[in-house]
Design a protein around this ligand. Structure first.
Ligand code: UDX
Ligand code: UDX
Length: 432
């Protein structure tokens, strides 16, 4: 199948590589010329676990191409997938559709045979109708089905999620479009494919992410409860998760959720609800509590410093492990909050140093490795759940630091090792 993907970001690029690996002829389009040039030269523009090998293989065997020309990419395509960003409006927080609309206007000119146009970007309910109107305004003869094909790719696990999805949701009532998507996913014999109407599909995406955000807010709230109650959040989560109605996933307490999706999608959902004249207090509370939590985590770290000149080492800047993405990262928000208190902060992340630098500028010291970051520090805090931090030599770290205090906001380190090395070790959701 000939597939064009518009937008080569954290969603478009892994999807393009995945469809190429399945044997399709994929052309990825992006209006960022620098990105396209790099990708054409075999250089990846994002870090995503497992992407490199598949990217190189499919570039070499010709299944995968890159272009900045919409015409070159979409002409003769059977399927066009829109994966440009839908960032939140800075004030209203509604999803900004300008890139989606621009992509629809441009691609419409080049439709020359029956084509399915699928929206993979997360878009407000009703966006499919808008895209359909744009296409028919620009090219009234276009033979097209506009469908919703939401992505459920976790950053850091995007390749895994692409090849082993829990489900595939297809939003269209067109039989012809459903057939094309069934052909696309014909090798996914054990995966449930849900065919629903377009607005249901658009809603499923927001509903899923909002539900997971609520679940995280709940486990974080429970962590606070455990600290006061003398319970242990990891034990409580294990006990709750063993109930198959609850499940073990998404029960890791932490500094709050972040990333390019949960904060954006919960806000967009709340905005849509208000537009429909209803309110969703559960979602609104989740958004507000998550923001508050990150500030309180900054205070928690600061409370372990005894002087204003104390030095804090931050390990982890990405919003989660497995990615270099720092968009709406709790780690970045926490560092920014601590900077307001004029602390000396050194930072290290195995993959996200460059993207963190664009957000933190010159206000922190960038270390080349974790050992350099902790030199002379009074407190070290873990803000991203990278495995690398578990494997550090904590004896060595103890000797490099000024004071031996670890505030682990991801509960990933081994308590025994830390105590043996002479640390005071603070975690989330454990007896204080
Ligand atoms: C995606 C989705 O689009 C978003 O709706 C979803 O909720 C999360 O994932 P993401 O891949 O993370 O966004 O965005 P980003 O990494 O910013 O990539 C978007 C790409 O589209 C960029 O490479 C950008 O250059 C490109 N783009 C943007 C275009 O090609 N054309 C445009 O008009 C705008
Ligand atoms: C999310 C959706 O999960 C995915 O299906 C797709 O819609 C894109 O958006 P992503 O944002 O990449 O994926 O990451 P995810 O794994 O969902 O984590 C989001 C945030 O929640 C991160 O900050 C992560 O650290 C946090 N998290 C996740 C926890 O704090 N605890 C958990 O148990 C799980």
């Amino acid at each position: 199948m000939k597939i064009a993907i518009i937008g080569t970001g954290y969603v478009g690029l892994p999807s393009g590589v995945g469809f190429a690996e399945l044997g399709n002829e994929v052309c990825c389009i992006d209006n960022n010329l620098q990105k396209i040039e790099k990708l054409q030269n075999g250089e990846l523009t994002i870090y995503e676990d497992g992407l490199q090998e598949l990217f190189e293989r499919n570039l070499q065997n010709g299944h995968l191409r890159f272009t900045s020309s919409m015409r070159e990419g979409v002409e003769n395509a059977d399927l066009i997938i829109i994966a440009v960003g839908t960032p939140p409006h800075p004030i209203t927080k509604e999803a900004d559709l300008q890139y989606i609309e621009a992509a629809a206007e441009e691609l419409a000119q080049f439709l020359n045979k029956y084509t399915v146009v699928a929206t993979k970007s997360t878009v407000p309910v009703g966006t499919g109708d808008k895209i359909e109107q744009i296409i028919s305004r620009i090219n009234s003869k276009a033979e097209v089905d506009v469908i919703s094909l939401p992505e459920f790719l976790r950053e850091g696990f995007a390749i895994h999620d692409f090849f082993a999805p829990d489900r595939i949701v297809v939003g269209t009532e067109s039989i012809r479009a459903r057939k094309l998507i069934a052909e696309l996913y014909k090798d996914f014999t054990t995966t449930k494919i849900l065919y629903v109407n377009r607005r249901s599909s658009e809603t499923i995406k927001y509903a899923s992410n909002a539900f997971l955000a609520v679940k995280l807010n709940y486990i974080n709230e429970l962590a606070d409860f455990c600290e006061k109650a003398g319970a242990d959040i990891d034990e409580v989560a294990a006990g709750m998760g063993a109930d198959s109605r609850i499940g073990h996933k998404f029960l890791r307490a932490g500094p709050g959720f972040g990333g390019s999706c949960f904060p954006k999608d919960t806000n967009a959902m709340s905005f849509m609800a208000h537009q429909f004249g209803i309110s969703m207090p559960l979602i609104d509370t989740t958004i507000a509590e998550n923001e508050k939590r990150q500030l309180s985590m900054a205070e928690r770290i600061l409370s372990h410093t005894t002087t204003d000149s104390a030095q804090i080492a931050v390990l982890g800047l990405a919003f989660k492990n497995g990615t270099d993405d720092c968009r709406t990262s709790p780690a970045i928000n926490i560092v920014k909050e601590m900077l307001k208190h004029n602390r000396n902060i050194s930072v290290y992340d195995p993959k996200a140093m460059a993207s963190a630098q664009t957000l933190l500028g010159n206000e922190v010291t960038y270390a080349e490795n974790a050992y350099q970051a902790v030199e002379k520090a009074d407190v070290v805090t873990i803000l991203t759940e990278w495995n690398d931090f578990k494997l550090l030599n904590w004896e060595k770290i103890a000797n490099l630091m000024n004071q031996r205090i670890v505030v682990d906001l991801r509960n990933i380190l081994d308590e025994k090792i830390l105590l043996q090395a002479g640390f005071k070790y603070y975690r989330i959701g454990k007896k204080m």
